[in-house]
Design a protein around this ligand. Structure first.
Ligand code: CAO
Length: 415
């Protein structure tokens, strides 16, 4: 029987987390996958399960404590087995991890063995150095055995970042002066929520880091809209509403497949480009609490009906604040549709490290010259913003042309 100190696992980049609930007390006997604590922010909550069976010997945090990856959590007495406590039979196989829970790091209490965190190998001293320097180890290439990240790797990473950063003078952004607005009239000052602070940080990071270019075009979706009209009874039968959005997802996935530069990210080391072989697309949702971007996975493999059901489900979850962290991660590209609200067009901000985002505005009927006369066509205003470090105007023009061709004649999606 040994004591195992459990620490908070990888949190997928989530920050500003606090303990919301402690699900165990001293002396409790827990089985593998029983929830130990719940942590969260204004964005989401996360249950942290026990990675093994055991008896709770000590609890190392309390409700309200700020936590991060590696924070000590609980000490469990046990033999490290994954089967139920006080049972001789072992489970034939461990159950799959719960989607809203995270795997836990374990080390023998008092021992400083290197921890394995997803694919990242690094010892405690390296992790401490990375934390102190604000480095996410997921971005650091390890030079040790089995790609273990060493202290020198962290230092080299920081050195490269400094050398490849713009000169300080270029970052001299003048501060906005503080103004006492009360001198002009009555004001009501409200604190920003955690979600609002996260949006502020994300927008500022994207705006300051990404040289944005936005291109505009109208897609002629007259035929798509006529086709959608023929599907009304199918929508009723299936109980699924089919707006133009799922067709846009399908067409964007096809355009991303044909134009890999748009399905890429610049590596954080500034030396490489990461081309993704999957097609996950984020969807901006105007939730009451603020802008949230759930992600539809493997859009290329799903039918328009499946995408319609999924967009509705994710939008509802966003509005109810029920999205899990994993549901907001991993997008290659984002679609931001204001079509149901209105407006002629807008310049969406790239959700970096993605390199492109499509803005969708309100469909209008416009007279279009067909060579001999003007005909009324249903035109969908689109704006494509991209990171000009990763994509040039020609790439964007070709991407846009293909997208419009697909939306103009969706039969091309099956070719
Ligand atoms: N032009 C005209 N009408 C449109 C349209 C468009 N481009 N897109 C959708 N519509 C219509 C739909 O067909 C639907 O009509 P009916 O009610 O007559 O069937 C209606 O508008 C409402 O659509 P919806 O909002 O329910 O569905 P959606 O699939 O178009 O959009 C979602 C879903 C979640 C994207 C949307 O609700 C939303 O939140 N949009 C805001 C996104 C946002 O805030 N982006 C941030 C921009 S700034 O960074």
């Amino acid at each position: 029987m040994a004591s195992h100190q459990l620490t908070v696992p990888s949190l997928g980049g989530m920050t500003d987390l606090a303990v919301l609930h402690i699900a165990v007390k001293l002396g409790d006997v827990v089985n593998k996958d029983d929830t130990l604590i719940a942590i969260g922010s204004d964005l989401a909550t996360l249950d942290i399960p026990a990675p093994m069976a055991g008896t709770v010997r000590s609890i190392l945090l309390k409700v309200g404590d700020k936590v991060e990856q590696g924070s000590p959590m609980v000490v469990l007495d046990g033999d490290g087995s994954i089967g139920p406590v006080a049972t001789e039979e072992k489970k034939p196989a461990s159950p799959p991890p719960k989607p809203d829970s995270a795997p836990v790091q374990v080390s023998q209490a008092g021992e400083s063995a290197p921890a394995k965190d997803d694919d990242i190998y690094a010892g405690p001293a390296t992790r401490k150095l990375a934390r102190e320097m604000g480095v996410d180890l997921a971005n650091v290439a390890g030079s040790g055995p089995k790609n273990r990240v060493q202290k020198d790797d962290v230092k080299t990473f920081v050195k490269n970042r400094i050398e490849n950063s713009p000169p300080r003078a270029a970052l001299g952004i003048p501060a906005v002066p503080e103004i006492d607005f009360a001198q002009f009239g009555t004001v009501d000052i409200q604190p920003l929520t955690g979600l609002q602070k996260a949006i502020v940080a994300n927008m500022q990071r994207a705006w300051l880091n990404v040289p944005h270019v936005t291109q505009w075009d109208d897609a002629d979706i007259t035929d798509l809209e006529n086709f959608r009209d023929t599907l009304k009874s199918d929508m009723d039968r299936r109980g699924v509403k089919l707006s133009p959005l799922p067709f846009l997802f399908k067409a964007v996935a096809a355009a991303l497949q044909a134009h890999p530069k748009f399905n890429a990210s610049l590596h954080a080391d500034g030396q490489r480009v990461v081309y993704k072989q999957y097609f996950h697309i984020g969807m901006a949702v105007d939730a009451p609490a603020g802008l949230m971007v759930p992600v539809l996975r493997d859009v290329d493999k799903k039918s328009v009906w499946e995408l319609a059901a999924e967009t509705a489900e994710l939008a509802q979850k966003a509005k109810d604040r029920k999205l899990k962290p994993a549901e907001m991660q991993g997008a290659c590209f984002t679609i931001s549709s204001l079509g149901n609200i209105g407006g002629l067009g807008f310049t969406p901000i790239v959700n970096t490290p993605e390199v492109g985002i499509l803005g969708v505005s309100k469909l209008t009927v416009k007279p279009v010259w067909n060579g001999s006369e003007f005909t009324p066509r249903k035109m969908l205003p689109l704006s494509l913003s991209y990171d000009h470090r990763a994509v040039n105007g020609g790439d964007a023009g070709r991407f846009f042309a293909m997208l419009n061709q697909l939306l103009g004649d969706i039969r091309r999606l099956v070719l």
